[in-house]
Design a protein around this ligand. Structure first.
Ligand SMILES: [Zn+2]
Length: 677
């Protein structure tokens, strides 16, 4: 391991910043920045300082790999939203130093390093005939040269960012026809930008274009966010720090990349669906071998291998961080046992690989390096699975498992196993959840009072809000001078305690302010970007309230146009307001004039059913419209009343029944409270 003067520089700066925080004296609030985020305390400084000894910061190979093969870079990389404003702004992240060594006391140095790595953007040559565009969006777009053109892999999240990335590649690599697009998996950061590429292709190119995707892609890609969408997108605002500023007391990245591009999402249906491991495809002279890994990181996913170039595309099966078994924005739990098994299969099947590249982060070169990486990723997921289950079978609760589970030294010494995105802690809870669910078998959890109710009783029993607040303030002040571990545990406890106070009385501004200060410290210490963003967004919302607006469902319009129609009705059923529907009974027929399909919706017992039916099935009211109009109705682009009076729509039966029916459906705004009741 070579000597590097930088190793000495960074702890020094870290100490200097921690001391600066100590100098501030007890009045932290006077140091709040303009968004209200308080200064890091001395014990937060100490905790972050300790991280420098816990991780192998003298290993710079990731930086060398992340920069290797740079062809071109746009230092002013910014992308405008089609509807105005910005989708992407890399210069916003220039506050992170290039080598990721000068972490301020308000950022965990390990996360800071990852943020610096994810700041390295541009067009890169990975190997002969293989390129990547990184840092134009949360994910990477890869380019494979074929006999006469290109295969594009994973065209980013948004039309805007994908278009920018594609044009940048053309500018520096020359204009080649696109022969195929590969979607490695069903998450939107890998297909949502497809229109941004298609818009630049000639009609002939589009007509002959192959779109290659794993089996189940179309259903999974268009349905993941339908049923629970409003809750997931609201929670995603926390997970990705959407409301936070990009600075040293705000969002520094997501661990997986910078941030998701909240632009214009699109979709294109696959022409080639891969369903079996070992499937070989030759695309414009280039052989590809696929491995199905559905049910690991995504419900529909494959990896693939380019035998001629000895290059393995790991999709998102593996990445340069620990991934999520449970993703905090809310999603179904993923299966760690199967996931680990797929990594082992990839390692053996593509054992000749000399280059690894993927949907996120930077590539890796050298057969031994790749094997070592795959073995350690494989073992990390399996370790978390097996040891969590072991403790679970001894009776440990999720909290206990999360507190005690630590990776063995050989796995923990790797940066790529660190919890920049998923964490060992919340992944251990996910393993428990996947087998045993929410209940720990302790009967006190069977039927407790709802949060605000029990909070009021805690507060009363503990002597009232003022007494609790006094004690909490003293503990908060004292925590600053504690050891890193004691300080952090005090912040964790105060977070729980003050949350009771806020839930007992959401108008208690002093309690909210102190809880926000506590969340700031927990955020500053977090190695995981989503943890940081959850804590700091929590602090932000305690100070500034919930957002005025949720994320608009109209963003998803084009994806929804490809959603199976019956799912729309399932998503309507979960919006039925049961109180309004009490005692109501009716049948509504929806006829899609473009699809020539009719669905009968039946409302009874405050439940809404749907089934495909004949066009002449009788109903109390019938609505005849096209699928795009129906989608506009669902996403709020068009109101029912205006549609009923337009010429594009026909109806039969009772107009009042129709209006009455639609008025019983909630219109979730996606801006509900999280840190207050
Ligand atoms: Zn992704």
């Amino acid at each position: 391991m070579s000597f590097s003067p930088r190793v000495f520089l960074s702890p020094f700066l870290g100490i200097a910043l921690a001391l600066a925080a100590c100098d501030s004296g007890p009045d932290q609030s006077s140091q709040a920045n303009s968004a209200g985020h308080s200064a890091p305390t001395a014990s937060t400084g100490k905790a972050n300082q300790q991280v420098l000894e816990q991780r192998p910061f003298d290993n710079h190979s990731d930086f060398a790999n992340a920069r290797r093969g740079l062809i071109a870079q746009d230092p002013e990389l910014m992308t405008e939203h089609l509807g105005g404003g910005e989708v992407w702004n890399m210069p916003d992240y220039d506050f992170v130093d290039a080598e990721g060594e000068n972490a301020p006391a308000s950022v965990n140095p390990s996360l800071w390093r990852q943020a610096a790595l994810n700041n390295i953007h541009g067009l890169f040559k990975v190997t002969e005939g293989l390129y990547q565009i990184r840092g134009y969006d949360l994910a990477n777009m890869s380019i494979i040269e074929t006999d006469t053109g290109w295969i594009l892999v994973d065209p980013l999240t948004a039309r805007e960012t994908a278009s920018k990335a594609f044009l940048f590649a053309r500018e520096h690599l020359g204009e080649k026809p696109v022969r195929a697009i590969i979607f490695t998996h069903s998450h939107i950061d890998h297909f949502g930008g497809v229109r941004g590429v298609l818009q630049h292709l000639s009609d002939a190119e589009q007509a002959n274009l192959r779109i290659i995707a794993p089996a189940g892609f179309e259903d999974e890609a268009t349905s993941e966010n339908i049923i629970a969408g409003p809750a997931m997108t609201r929670r995603a605002m926390f997970m990705y720090g959407k409301r936070l500023r990009r600075d040293d007391r705000g969002h520094v990245g997501t661990g997986l990349g910078k941030g998701p591009a909240f632009g214009t999402f699109g979709f294109a249906a696959p022409t080639d669906v891969i369903s079996e491991t070992g499937t070989e495809l030759i695309v414009d002279g280039v052989p590809l071998v696929f491995q199905m890994v559905s049910g690991s990181e995504a419900p529909s996913e494959f990896t693939f291998y380019l035998p001629e170039r000895k290059a393995f595309c790991g999709a998102e099966l593996v990445s340069r961080n620990l991934h999520n078994l449970y993703t905090l924005r809310g999603a179904k739990v993923r299966n760690a046992r199967i996931w680990s098994g797929y990594i082992d299969e990839a390692r053996r099947r593509f054992a000749e690989a000399e280059v690894y590249f993927a949907s996120h982060h930077w590539p890796l070169w050298g057969r031994d390096n790749i094997q070592d990486f795959l073995v350690k990723q494989r073992d990390t997921y399996k370790f978390i699975h097996d040891q969590s289950v072991r403790m679970m079978n001894q009776g440990a609760t999720p909290r206990e498992i999360a507190e005690n589970l630590q990776l063995p030294a050989a796995l923990n010494e790797e940066f790529h196993n660190q919890g920049y995105y998923g964490t060992v802690s919340h992944n251990a809870k996910a393993v428990y959840q996947s087998y045993l669910g929410w209940f720990t078998a302790n009967p006190s959890e069977l039927n407790p009072l709802p949060e605000a109710e029990s909070a009021k009783r805690y507060v009363a029993m503990m002597g009232g809000a003022d007494k609790i607040l006094d004690q909490a303030r003293q503990d908060f002040e004292a925590a600053s001078d504690m050891s890193a571990t004691e300080g952090r545990d005090t912040y964790r406890w105060l977070g729980e305690l003050l949350n009771h106070l806020v839930f007992a009385d959401p108008d208690n501004n002093e309690a909210k302010a102190l809880l926000a200060d506590v969340y700031d410290q927990l955020g500053y210490q977090a190695e995981s970007a989503p943890w940081r963003d959850f804590y700091l967004t929590g602090a932000y919302e305690l100070r500034h309230g919930s957002p005025e607006e949720g994320i608009k469902p109209a963003m998803m319009r084009e994806v929804l146009l490809h959603t199976p129609v019956s799912l729309f009705f399932d998503s309507m059923a979960v919006r039925l307001n049961a109180d309004d529907a009490e005692g109501e009974a009716m049948t509504i027929k929806i006829t899609f004039t473009d699809l020539q399909e009719s669905y009968l919706l039946t409302l009874q017992n405050s439940v809404l059913h749907n089934r495909l039916t004949d066009a002449d099935t009788p109903a109390d009211a019938t609505l005849m419209l096209t699928r795009p109009m129906f989608v506009d109705l669902l996403v709020g682009n068009a109101g029912l009343k205006e549609l009923l009076f337009s010429d594009d729509i026909r109806f039969e039966g009772s107009k009042l029944d129709l209006l009455g029916f639609f008025s019983m459906l909630d219109k979730p705004e996606g801006r509900f409270n999280v840190v207050t009741p």
